[in-house]
Design a protein around this ligand. Structure first.
Ligand code: GAP
Length: 444
């Protein structure tokens, strides 16, 4: 019988917990719905994603600058951005079980009284749909009244828009240029789920590209392909990626055109990243609400204009989930290393640990040689030593966390074997050449 998407996701969630990628938040208190903590390997994996994203933006482009803006911002920003008026989902309540559901996601919800069944199984009746704003509210300062209300940002983008002129002038940029930011965003999602796919606290990697009106469509087409290629460069299977253009009913309140980069998860095709043509919607509204000019002067036409914005917005947690799902494989090994194995086939650049070093025995100087190899490799990459258990068990453990190279130190002097994770082929390499070998294979 073939595996269901729920079973496949359960295996991935279990591996993440067992091996220290992702834990449920506040677990000793029974957890907190839709919140997760990244363990040692998850932290490194997520940091690698963020480093690669930022490098692809600011190191590989002369005209993209980084920014780290605050999470709490002036509440008027959310009026100007349209989030107070429009950032909401339609919600219904069941009069019998008191369950609260997204009216457009009823098929994904479960009944309050019969959690294994869909809403209304309790025989209840739904209220009319009401609008539920997704922004988290809190108070700034000692008074808890309306004048002290601030919001946890639901997207990082607005911090970029309100700094657009600051960055342009201080970094001496000219249109077209971009601002890249990675940071936390918060949404009081009605139906979070699918592990770290949809949570209430998450990280976004957003780049806002400021362009001259009229060039926006061309930049939109260019950037969608640049972003697709970035996901492929992380090792995602090309066949599992596709574009989905939004129809008029799907468009967010700020977008003239929007396109999702989708991945085929066990639970179906879903968005990893959105590319949006936001026109001058945001900057013009910020001009209106702040009373400050946000236009630029065009030397060619000797006139001022408000730039258009093409946005690329990827979820960092969702990218991590996608890499885990894409890398997860179950295999049955025949021959010497016989038996089932679970292996995360991360591309070597993405793998949180690049090499595991195994001294075959705890004697005959093997641990000392392993230590020397470990010291030489750790100068360049995150590597580990594993000294206990049979070699077969150590291979299986390294496979399960996606280590691309397993280096076994045996009694043959001055050489080691290096086993490549996916092919499981072993080569004998001189000890003095291990660093070069790993470097060469990481660059592929
Ligand atoms: N600034 C535009 C914006 O925020 P979005 O399509 O709402 O656009 C962009 O979000 C990306 O952020 C999504 O493609 C997804 O990867 C990520 N994202 C959005 N909501 C999320 C959630 N609740 N949990 C995890 N990631 C989320």
């Amino acid at each position: 019988m073939s595996e269901t998407s729920t079973e496949r996701m359960a295996k991935i969630v279990s591996l993440c917990k067992r091996r220290g990628f992702v834990y449920p938040s506040s677990e000793i208190y029974g957890g907190l719905n839709s919140c997760y903590d990244y363990g040692p390997l998850g932290f490194v994996l997520k940091q690698t994603v963020k480093d690669r994203w930022m490098k692809s933006m600011i190191q590989e482009n002369d005209n993209i600058e980084p920014l780290d803006s605050s999470i709490l911002m002036h509440p008027k920003i959310w009026e100007a951005s349209g989030h107070i008026a429009n950032f909401s989902d339609p919600m219904v309540d069941c009069k019998t079980c008191k369950g609260r559901f997204r009216a457009d996601h009823l098929d994904k919800a479960t009944c309050g009284l019969k959690p294994s069944k869909t809403p209304l199984t309790c025989g209840g009746e739904l209220t009319e749909a009401r609008s539920f704003n997704l922004m988290f509210k809190t108070f700034m300062g000692p008074l808890e009244d309306q004048s002290a209300v601030v919001f946890l940002r639901p997207e990082t983008a607005q911090g970029i828009y309100v700094n657009f002129l600051n960055v342009m002038t201080t970094a001496r940029q000219k249109i077209p240029f971009g601002i890249a930011q990675i940071g936390k965003a918060f949404r009081n999602e009605i139906t979070p789920g699918n592990f770290i796919f949809r949570t209430r606290e998450f990280e976004q990697m957003e780049m806002q590209y400021f362009v001259k009106p009229g060039t926006d469509e061309k930049e939109f087409d260019r950037l969608k392909e640049v972003r697709r290629q970035w996901h492929i460069s992380n090792g995602l299977k090309e066949s599992k990626l596709r574009f989905h253009a939004h129809g008029p009913k799907e468009l967010a309140h700020y977008a003239r055109a929007a396109l999702d980069i989708e991945y085929e998860y066990p639970f179906g095709w879903q968005e990893i990243e959105g590319i949006h043509n936001r026109t001058d919607f945001d900057l013009k509204n910020h001009e209106k609400f702040s009373g400050k000019k946000l236009s630029v002067f065009d030397e060619e036409t000797k006139s001022s204009y408000v730039p258009f914005i093409v946005e690329t917005s990827a979820g960092c947690d969702r990218t991590v989930l996608t890499l885990l799902v894409d890398a997860y494989n179950e295999e049955v090994v025949t021959g010497e290393d016989e038996g089932p194995r679970v292996v995360l086939k991360f591309s070597p650049q993405i793998a949180p640990i690049k090499a595991s070093i195994f001294p075959l025995m705890k004697k005959d100087g093997l641990p000392e040689r392993a230590e020397k190899i470990f010291e030489s490799l750790r100068k360049h990459w995150r590597v580990e030593q594993d000294v206990s258990g049979s070699i077969g068990k150590r291979y299986r453990r390294a496979d399960e966390i996606g280590v691309p190279f397993a280096i076994t130190v045996d009694t043959t002097p001055d050489t080691v074997t290096i086993r490549e994770r996916d092919s499981m082929k072993q080569v004998r390499v001189s000890e003095s050449e291990i660093v070069d070998y790993v470097r060469k294979h990481l660059e592929v």
